[in-house]
Write a protein that binds this ligand. Structure first.
Ligand code: NAG
Ligand code: NAG
Length: 319
């Protein structure tokens, strides 16, 4: 009975109530897709790398909100499986698969041509696809494979779709970057695979820095068009980005990840926030953290002169 008395003591009751209130306030501060009532009926969205991981959950969210969703995937088999799953889970049949290999400029042009011919509008473009841990490789365009897939391919895709995005304004571009960009460096000879040390995730880090830099510059160039462009950090997420790493590395990461990392569904939240939330209406040129707060990116990503140069060089290499 003494324990009952202690547990029921007013101090306990009050502190438990306070704790509950604090937790609630914190959770309320953190945006969540399920609390967002925005509908996307009549809107068209493209999500790259939508067959797995974060991309699949972003596409599923858009589909549930009633959007026409185009899954831009490289693998037909995996893309078809995701298409079926997203249609079933969302009950939305206006979800479609289109194939694109972002590491190939020709493939990106072909994909964009198809979109421009067949889509009347485009309101949301999420450049989510990315690779990490690939062995050193030069594409047939003479570019480093990781740079082509993570930066130059999505860069070209966005530019080719810009007129359609402008015509459909208000529209939003969301580029999935990473807090890893803070460890990245800028050396334009990297684009062609020169001076690159393939040491762990160094190349990935460089590519993500270019993503943030060029997103900010794009936002500046799009001022007044009604098209916004923001980059996001999804959080440390367990996805198949790891699929090119050795088995043991994957095993260890998966083990740690089970306890500490975000699930792909949680990793999709900051991208969904930037793509659909009312809070982000008209907001552009920002870097969004995984908890949906707008924070400053690395100093290199805030260097305006560097951004102009990066954008111009990226444009030249993809034209
Ligand atoms: C990159 O490599 C080239 C030779 O491929 C060299 O001339 C150049 O100085 C290097 N740049 C940097 C920044 O190290
Ligand atoms: C890449 O970025 C991550 C996260 O910031 C960091 O832990 C890692 O050391 C970086 N890799 C290299 C080679 O700089």
């Amino acid at each position: 009975m003494i324990w009952f008395d202690i547990l029921c003591h007013p101090v306990w009751a009050v502190s438990t109530a306070l704790l509950a209130i604090v937790v609630r306030i914190q959770r309320r501060g953190c945006w969540h897709p399920r609390d967002c009532a925005v509908r996307l009926r009549g809107k068209t969205a493209i999500v790259t790398g939508a067959n797995t991981g974060i991309g699949k959950f972003i596409a599923l969210d858009f589909a549930r909100r009633g959007a026409r969703v185009i899954l831009a995937c490289r693998s037909e088999a995996r893309g078809t499986a995701a298409l079926k799953e997203i249609r079933e889970k969302s009950g939305n049949s206006d979800v479609h698969l289109r194939l694109v290999d972002l590491s190939s400029l020709d493939s990106v042009r072909e994909f964009a041509k198809g979109i421009l011919e067949e889509e009347k509008a485009l309101h949301i473009l999420v450049n989510n696809a990315g690779v990490s841990g690939l062995p050193r490789q030069i594409t047939k365009d003479g570019l480093d494979m990781c740079f082509a897939t993570n930066h130059l391919g999505p860069f070209l895709l966005t530019n080719l779709l810009l007129d359609l995005l402008k015509r459909s304004a208000p529209s939003r571009i969301v580029n999935v970057a990473s807090c890893n960009h803070k460890k990245g460096e800028v050396d334009f000879s990297h684009f062609r695979g020169e001076n690159l040390t393939y040491f762990r995730d160094s190349v990935y880090n460089h590519t993500k820095l270019h993503t943030v830099i060029c997103t900010n510059e794009l936002a500046r160039r799009l001022q007044g068009t009604g098209v916004t462009a923001n980059s996001v950090h999804p959080g440390i997420v367990m996805t198949e980005v790891l699929r090119h790493y050795p088995l043991l590395t994957r095993f260890i990461f998966n083990l740690i990840g089970f306890f500490f990392f975000k699930s792909p569904e949680e990793g999709a939240v900051s991208s969904i926030f930037c793509a659909v939330s009312e809070d982000m209406e008209g907001i552009t040129g920002k870097y969004c953290d995984s908890d949906c707060s707008l924070v400053l990116p690395a100093p290199l990503a805030r260097d305006a002169a560097l951004a102009v140069k990066d954008f111009d060089i990226s444009e030249r290499l993809t034209s």
